[in-house]
Structures are given as structure tokens and as C-alpha cells.
Design a protein around this ligand. Structure first.
Ligand code: ROI
Length: 158
């Protein structure tokens, strides 16, 4: 079984419902077991500010899927939620990103793991810290140590 952390985000069409729908879809898949997830957090957009606030969470599960099969699965859930993506770093109905896949490093055309921006983003590290504060990340710091280095004043726990 592979141990996977994914990030969930939405800022359109009732973001909380989008995240709940995605978690429900994941929990119904036979290839996915032991799904747990963080609190939901609302925050201002990173990047272009002329868009609604985001709601973000992190989920942890075990899966028999390979990284690419999981990516395909996540993209089909995004599509089923009528993902709208108008522009780069613009608003979206549902974003599902593979953050960590076991302790693997992957540089594939479609997929980079660990997620290249996760350490800079409070909206990823705060929910990750809810689930696994003591986990060591790539540079030998714990999730909690990373959290202390980030400005999370903007995050509101829902
Ligand atoms: N900003 C926040 N707060 N949350 C996100 O999930 C998010 N996703 C993005 C960009 C547009 C970079 N900003 C975000 O893709």
C-alpha cells in the first residue's frame, strides 16, 4: 500500500461543498483506504488577489494506485466537479494535488512529487500539521517547524 497526502482547494461554487464532495468521492473508491483529513481553512488567494478566498484541506490515505493512476483519478474527480480554470493562478472549482507519495521523489512530465510549492504555502502546511505535525519533510525539518516559519495569520479554521 502506498501512503499519500493530497492537497484540496476551491474558491468557486461553494468551496466547502466542493471539498466535501471530493472527499466523499475518494472514500468511495475501492483502491483508497483509511482516508483521514484535516480541518478546512479559508485564506486569501496566493497570487492574483482579484478572486474569492480559497478553502483548503489536506487528506491522507493508503492506496494501491500508482502515482500516475492516482493523478488520473484525481483529475477525473476534478472534471466531475466541473472544474473551471480560467487562467493560470486563477479561480477554480476544485484542485486536487498530490503532495507526497510515500517518500518518493518523482519528476515526470505530468507530475512532480513532493509538490514543488508545498513548503512555501501556509494553506498546505497548516492542514498538513493538523494530521502529522512531527513528520520529517525533505530538508529534515518537521511539518511543525515549517509552520513556524510561515505567515499563517490569514488562515481561518472553519
Ligand atoms: N491560494 C490559496 N489561498 N489557496 C489555494 O489553494 C490556491 N491555489 C492556487 C493559487 C491561485 C496559487 N492560490 C491559492 O492555485
Amino acid at each position: 500500500m502506498n501512503k499519500v497526502y493530497i492537497g484540496l482547494g476551491s474558491n468557486l461554487n461553494n468551496p466547502v461543498e466542493q471539498l466535501e464532495g471530493a472527499l466523499n468521492a475518494l472514500s468511495n473508491l475501492p483502491e483508497i483506504k483509511e482516508l483521514t483529513f484535516s480541518n478546512f481553512y479559508s485564506s486569501k488567494p496566493v497570487g492574483p488577489q482579484d478572486q474569492p478566498n480559497f478553502v483548503n484541506a489536506v487528506a491522507l490515505f493508503s492506496t494501491t494506485l500508482t502515482p500516475i493512476a492516482l493523478l488520473d483519478t484525481l483529475q477525473s474527480i476534478e472534471q466531475a466537479h466541473n472544474r473551471i480554470r480560467e487562467r493560470h493562478w486563477g479561480p477554480r472549482t476544485l484542485d486536487l494535488d498530490i503532495l507526497l507519495f510515500n517518500d518518493e521523489t518523482l519528476s515526470l512530465p505530468r507530475l512532480t512529487v513532493p509538490h514543488p510549492h508545498m513548503l512555501e504555502r501556509g494553506f498546505v502546511i497548516q492542514p498538513l500539521a493538523d494530521i502529522t505535525p512531527g513528520m520529517l519533510l525533505s530538508n529534515d525539518k518537521t511539518v511543525e517547524e515549517h509552520l513556524h516559519c510561515l505567515n499563517t495569520t490569514d488562515l481561518v479554521c472553519l
